[in-house]
Write a protein that binds this ligand. Structure first.
Ligand code: GLU
Length: 312
């Protein structure tokens, strides 16, 4: 064996084992509700010395509002939230969704049902308020019925993956029975756009995302996404769903419910409000930099203590 006669200093390449992301849909400006999701994902990444990626989820081009993505990015920067790497745009990645769809061959089928026909079937209402798909087109389209959407077949009772169970970093153990609570779900919509469920799974894997921190309004989608990851043989990231900000009428803040854009004239006020909502007790910050350093430490404590149960 040959040994070097002089000491060589090894070059140490830091291994980033945490990649988080914020994935806004550019349908409206960043508001108090979306800031909470952005902040939680940012703080979790910083508390783990990880990367924080930003992906613009403009796959639903019908709902995309021109200029909103740039507005959101500008607001994040104004709040001192700098992302790592290049921003990823879903509208430029359709070929990847098509390739993933092709890999799901044998699990998918064309569906000719209208929204009305599905609602009228009254098979059940999923927790996100949509009707559970009754499986009408599972064994082929009825004669004369044109294909509208492409769906993924969920497991029948007693099949593997019938119930998807996962540990959520905030909520503990969560489970969903896909057949009765969701039904076969859409991968390509009747309007020709790829569905969020497929795009998000493809992109999270392609970007090497290890931790997904987002609002609990998306909790209902997680089991579908885990099922897709299993079929596509992609890793399942850690999930943490933070509470959703609601207005006085109990509605989730959104453009539709009249949420106003974050005011960059007063960035610290907006940040403190979001931090309060997340239960982070912080001293009054003198600067953006101080806010982020205090908030990261407070988040690390919060998730270590109160939320530690799911890590055990
Ligand atoms: N684009 C989604 C939204 O703005 C978030 C998707 C996700 O975090 O998985 O609600």
């Amino acid at each position: 064996m040959h040994t070097a006669s002089r000491a060589v200093t090894p070059t140490v390449t830091p291994i980033v084992t945490y990649s988080g992301r914020f994935a806004p849909s550019p349908t409206g400006p960043l508001h108090a509700g979306s800031l909470v999701a952005a902040m939680a994902s940012y703080l979790d990444a910083k508390a783990h010395d990880g990367r924080w990626l930003v992906r613009i989820e403009d796959v639903d081009e019908a709902r995309t509002v021109p200029g909103m993505a740039e507005h959101i990015l500008h607001t994040l920067q104004g709040l001192g939230m700098q992302w790592d790497g290049e921003v990823v745009w879903q509208s430029r990645r359709r070929h990847l969704y098509q390739a993933a769809f092709e890999r799901l061959h044998g699990h998918t089928y064309a569906c000719g049902c209208t929204r009305r026909e599905i609602t009228d079937s009254r098979i059940g209402i999923a927790s996100d308020g949509a009707a559970v798909y009754p499986g009408t087109c599972r064994n082929g389209l009825a004669p004369g019925k044109p294909a509208r959407a492409l769906r993924l077949r969920v497991p029948d009772p007693l099949q593997e993956n019938e119930r998807i169970v996962f540990e959520d970093g905030w909520l503990g153990t969560v489970s969903q029975h896909l057949a009765t609570e969701v039904g076969d779900f859409v991968l390509k919509r009747a309007d020709g756009f790829w569905a969020y469920q497929l795009a998000v799974v493809v992109d999270d894997a392609a970007q090497g995302v290890t931790h997904i921190v987002r609002g609990a309004d998306l909790l209902d989608s997680t089991a579908r996404q885990i099922y897709l990851q299993r079929l596509l043989q992609l890793p399942t990231p850690h999930y943490l769903h933070v509470p959703v900000v609601v207005n006085q009428r109990g509605e989730k803040l959104s453009k539709q419910t009249g949420a106003s854009a974050i005011d960059l004239e007063h960035p610290l006020a907006a940040l403190r409000e979001a931090a309060d909502f997340l239960g982070l007790a912080l001293p009054p910050p003198a600067s953006l930099q101080q806010f982020w350093s205090d908030a990261t430490a407070a988040w690390a404590n919060l998730t270590k203590s109160a939320l530690g149960r799911s890590a055990q």
